[in-house]
Ligand binder design. Structure first.
Ligand SMILES: NC(=O)c1ccc[n+]([C@@H]2O[C@H](COP(=O)([O-])OP(=O)(O)OC[C@H]3O[C@@H](n4cnc5c(N)ncnc54)[C@H](OP(=O)(O)O)[C@@H]3O)[C@@H](O)[C@H]2O)c1
Length: 315
């Protein structure tokens, strides 16, 4: 595994992080049991992955808590989060409820501190509320040693052009961002990564593959949708073999490999989260992320093809 510095936190994080949410939730969403999910976490640790992202809302904190008993606490970086939404509805989460959530996360994770505690899926319209009501409570929890760093994750599907993170860039209290980015939606290159790099905000990346970049069938649908909504030029790709050029001459072994490599080498990206319930996928993705960047000409082609996409995430 390769390791990187996470913004100004001083943490040395693996470039591949294990995402315990998304459509797989360590396989729990596909009906796999807790034992199998713990094995996925153990396989990640065996690969040298020391960065694990979970959340109250995923129902996987307890699994992570069980799994990390296999290593020393200080050898793993845990990111977890509390949502301002409940049962899909936005709520005015009070500081006291946030702190109750933090205590419950600590209990499920069986730890006395969380490395990065994030507000989960914060929307632009709730940003000012979060700053005045919730961030002071997070700062107190940090003083008490319950959390080490304060983070925020965006609601990428609802806000695919990052308006909340643009607001958060103006406040130095955030130490880590979770940013949505992939080869289909590259908007963060314009309005987020230059600033996170300048201000040394740590970046964990989500949505590298998601649904649209799992295989060529799902990609076909995605590109069809993008062409239909006028976000890409239908004359610039082969509808029967979209992005087939990425695999020509053995340049990449699979679409998912190309998608993860594209993200890893984007300037400003530090940890690429990989969500999976499959140990085979986990191992393949670790190998992919350790390969060199895609050829420059292919990266340029991807930048040009998707440069107008602002309203799509590949979800
Ligand atoms: N707002 C937020 O805070 C927020 C929102 C979304 C996600 N997240 C975090 O970001 C993490 C990453 O997002 P994500 O889980 O959507 O991850 P992702 O890595 O972009 O996509 C994962 C999906 O691709 C599939 N996959 C992975 N490797 C594959 C392979 N080699 N071949 C074929 N299919 C493959 C997985 O299914 P299999 O299980 O079959 O491998 C899974 O459905 C989440 O787990 C979560 O921790 C946070």
């Amino acid at each position: 595994m390769d390791y990187t510095s996470l913004g100004r936190t001083g943490l040395k994080a693996s470039v591949m992080g294990l995402g315990c949410g998304g459509h797989s939730r360590l396989g729990i969403s596909q009906g796999k049991g807790e034992k199998a999910a713990i094995e996925v976490v153990h396989a990640a640790l065996d690969l040298g992955i020391n960065y694990i992202d979970t959340a109250e809302a995923y129902g996987t904190e307890g699994i992570v808590g069980q799994a990390i008993k296999a290593v020393k606490r200080e050898d793993v970086i845990i990111s977890t989060k509390k949502s301002l939404a409940k049962d899909g509805k936005q709520v005015n989460l009070r500081a006291a409820e946030l702190m109750q959530g933090l205590e419950a996360s600590l209990k499920r994770l069986e730890t006395d501190y969380i490395d990065i505690y994030n507000l989960h899926g914060l929307k632009a319209r709730d940003y000012d509320y979060a700053l005045t009501e919730l961030v002071p409570a997070l700062e107190r929890a940090r003083e008490q040693g319950k959390i080490r760093f304060i983070g925020v994750t965006e609601a990428f599907v609802e806000e695919p052009a990052h308006p909340m993170l643009e607001m958060a860039l103006k406040d130095e209290r955030w130490e880590v961002f979770m940013v949505g980015f992939n080869l289909l939606n590259q908007t963060a290159r314009k309005n987020i990564f230059p600033e996170t790099r300048a201000r040394q905000v740590g970046v964990q990346l989500m949505f590298a593959v998601r649904r649209a970049l799992k295989n060529f069938e799902t990609l076909k649908e995605a590109l069809g949708e993008l062409a239909q909504t006028g976000q890409i030029d239908p004359d610039r790709f082969d509808p029967e073999k979209p992005l087939g050029f990425l695999l020509e001459d053995g340049k990449a072994d699979s679409l998912t490999e190309a998608a993860y490599r594209f993200c890893r080498y984007e300037p400003g990206v530090e940890v690429v989260l990989v969500g999976t319930g499959s140990i085979d996928h986990l191992k393949a993705n670790a190998a992919s992320l350790l390969k060199p960047p895609l050829p420059e000409a292919d990266v340029t082609r991807l930048k040009q093809l998707f440069e107008r996409v602002e309203n799509y995430t590949g979800n």
